[in-house]
Design a protein around this ligand. Structure first.
Ligand code: IVH
Length: 706
């Protein structure tokens, strides 16, 4: 975490203190820790709105535990270390647990040594020497959810309770009943009293779709709806939802990992020798037990488990924050016993935290290959999820507003697996006064062209497609596409090289390429260089629709480019057309018209067009549509099979030039199917529907008849 971001957890506080001489500052420190922990436990357990990452909470908790061990005289009965969780909400009935719900000690050493430390402690407590055999453990996942006690009486789910403070929890039976994975009735061999303990959690995919729904509700202006920070908070919120009908709509899951009160063996209760046997029995009674649970011999197998799960962690369908090791033999568990409220026979071994606190140094706006503007928070470097993170995406304007991240803010960043780092939330109480709200720039930060956000879209885009350095590669590739101006042999690898080597800084530089610059590139022989130069030369003689399409104007696809060319005839007419004039073109709606206008309003784009023409790019201009003959106007064609002389693209161009439309599939609305050799299902369908089937010669006759 960022040094000093949370003043109570600076590392120097961990250095052992001399008991007598410094007892006052120690008492003050312990008091401060207790107050902080109470505050954060309330935020976490009661409000489901944590303000700090779990790792920081754990660190404070452990510091307090350590100080209490050193200074037992300074402990206080209300210390958070005496409790396991938060206060029950007033609205739920309280439930006193027949057997207290304990906590497990957390091994925060995330390295392999964490497992070794635990094994060494267990062996020492059991009085085992180096030559004694390894201790057998059960290795489980540490699910990131909410602990629940399920009480079955005579095989029927009688009560479900949260952990609460470990002694008294909340009665959440109604809500828990809605979880399908939890059996409401057990098979005959279950004992008369059985309490099963485990974790209620939310799967990641369920969490995503829940938040998606919440976002929709917020967008519709429904009051009181919010999105959840993570699956655990969503699960906790659902379990402690007072309205069971709402809880029922929240997708929850469950894993069992232990027992509470159970009918004793003398009264006909079950007899287990090991924890693993207990888990397998729970499974046979219908409780979900995670498949990744297994036994392990000694520290080395615990380490192997920790590493294996660490590798799989991000692919799991649910969040875990570590693994749990438990001594397998119940007799040994009994022998080991407890320290305060934590068993000596179990430990939670964590993974590096995926959330950390840091500060926002600035907010940059990056421009993607396609012109999309993305706000990115620049962070004070922080080690999270196993790497040092300095950037976190804010996605788009709405997201940035929703999170309201400002320069100077203290934020929680999250990085899980390969997922790009994200700002989870802002710690508002640490905001610098008068920090201005972030606003998206109205100009592209790379090229200065207008940045626009179209109606119904989330992103701002740079409109300087031809000129903008960020979009150079994409613009060149698009321009040289087979269906645009077509420059044969100019693929993405080559464009990459040309742009990276700074040989091409703007689109017209393509036509300024010389042989020497080309052969200087990697893997470029004389022959291919000459071929490319030839292809470039050939591309100069193009058509107006191809050129228009090649400019990469947003929303101007091939069909629109053709319609524009047909309608206006001349390039200048299109470039200077008003939105209203553009709207007169078939298929051009307000969004497209505006996009074309904005594109040509950028002086840089016009300049690039002028330069391309100066380099020799040319096309035959036609007359405006009103005067041009449109013999096939209103007719729809489908072209299928191999035609004797024309390629399908050529046939399509001819039909469209004559005002016809070419569709991809045959329907009753099709006027003609042009069938060549090996025409298949489309021909069959045409015959079935009674659509006229013609060949290439017929098509040419149709075209020449007018
Ligand atoms: S055993 C006496 N096993 O971690 C041992 N707990 O402090 C009681 N947790 O909130 C707990 N996965 O809900 C155990 N496989 C697992 C667990 C697990 C998650 C949670 C538990 C509690 C915390 C333990």
């Amino acid at each position: 975490m960022a040094e000093g971001a949370f003043s109570m957890t600076t590392p120097d506080m961990f250095t052992p203190l001399e008991p007598a001489s410094v007892s006052d500052p120690v008492a003050a420190r312990m008091d401060a820790l207790r107050r902080q922990l109470h505050h954060h436990a309330h935020r976490y357990y009661v409000l489901d709105e944590p303000q700090i990452p779990d790792a920081d909470y754990d660190r404070m908790f452990q510091e307090l535990q350590a100080l209490e061990a050193l200074h037992p005289e300074l402990t206080s009965p209300d210390s958070p270390t005496r409790r396991v969780g938060g206060k029950p909400l007033q609205q739920f009935a309280s439930v006193r647990h027949a057997v207290p719900m304990l906590s497990i000690r957390t091994e925060t050493d995330t390295e392999a040594s964490g497992a070794q430390n635990f094994d060494a402690r267990v062996r020492k407590e059991l009085g085992l020497g180096a030559s004694d055999p390894p201790v057998e453990y059960v290795a489980e996942l540490k699910f990131d959810g909410l602990a629940i006690n399920l009480r079955y009486e005579n095989g029927v789910l009688a009560q479900a309770a949260t952990r609460g403070d470990g002694e008294v929890g909340e009665d959440v039976t109604q809500n828990i009943r809605t979880i399908r994975q939890i059996p409401l009735r057990l098979s005959k061999d279950a004992p008369p009293v059985l309490e099963v303990r485990g974790e209620v959690y939310m799967r990641r995919d369920d969490f995503e779709s829940l938040n998606e729904k919440q976002r929709e509700k917020m967008a519709r202006g429904i009051k009181g709806e919010k999105t959840f920070v993570n699956p655990r908070n969503a699960a906790a919120g659902a379990v402690r939802q007072l309205d069971p009908a709402i809880a029922a709509r929240r997708p929850l899951s469950f894993f069992a990992y232990g027992l509470g009160e159970v009918t004793p063996e003398e009264e006909g209760g079950p007899l287990f020798e090991t924890h693993f046997e207990l888990l397998m029995t729970l499974k046979s009674w219908g409780f979900p037990v995670a498949d990744l649970t297994g036994t392990a011999q000694g520290a080395s197998e615990l380490i192997a488990f920790h590493e294996k799960i660490g590798r799989q962690r991000d692919q799991l369908p649910y969040d875990i924050d570590g693994v749990v090791y438990k001594v397998n033999s119940l007799a040994l568990q009994k022998k080991l016993g407890f320290v305060t409220r934590e068993p000596r026979w179990a430990v939670a071994h964590k993974y590096p935290a995926q959330e950390q606190i840091t500060t926002v140094l600035g907010i940059d706006v990056q421009v993607g290959r396609t012109g999309k503007l993305t706000p990115v928070a620049k962070l004070a470097p922080v080690f999270v999820g196993g790497v040092t993170v300095t950037n976190a995406t804010l996605h788009n304007e709405d997201e940035a507003r929703r999170k309201d991240v400002r320069i100077g803010d203290t934020v929680i960043v999250r990085r899980a697996g390969d997922v790009i780092p994200e700002v989870v939330s802002v710690l508002l109480d640490k905001r610098v006064q008068d920090a201005p709200m972030f606003t998206m720039p109205r100009k592209c930060p790379v090229c200065g062209s207008d940045a626009v956000r179209e109606e119904g879209e989330a992103d701002y885009r740079c409109t300087g497609g031809l000129f903008c350095a960020a979009q150079r590669k994409e613009a060149i590739l698009h321009y040289s596409h087979r269906r645009a101006v077509e420059i044969e042999g100019l693929g993405d690898k080559l464009v990459e090289q040309l742009v990276d080597a700074n040989v091409i800084r703007a689109l017209p530089d393509l036509y300024r390429l010389g042989l020497s610059a080309l052969v200087a590139l990697d893997r470029m022989a004389d022959k291919s260089a000459n071929n490319l130069l030839e292809a470039l030369e050939k591309s100069k003689a193009t058509t107006l629709p191809r050129f228009l399409f090649g400019l990469g104007i947003r929303h101007v696809g091939e069909a629109t480019a053709k319609a524009l060319a047909r309608h206006f005839g001349k390039f200048e007419a299109i470039m200077d057309a008003t939105e209203e004039q553009l709207l007169a073109v078939n298929d051009v709606g307000p969004i497209v018209a505006k996009s074309i206008r904005t594109f040509f309003d950028q002086p840089h784009n016009r300049e690039v067009v002028a330069q391309l023409r100066a380099c020799g790019v040319r096309w035959k201009e036609g007359e405006a549509a009103a005067r041009a003959p449109q013999p096939l106007s209103g007719k729809t064609f489908v072209i299928t099979g191999t035609l004797p002389t024309l390629s399908r693209d050529q046939a399509k161009d001819l039909v469209e030039a004559a005002g016809g439309k070419v569709a991809g599939s045959v329907s009753k609305k099709t006027d003609y199917v042009v069938a060549g050799a090996e025409a298949g299902s489309k021909l069959v369908k045409a015959q079935a529907l009674g659509v006229a089937v013609i060949d290439e010669a017929d098509l040419l006759t149709l075209l020449s008849r007018y």
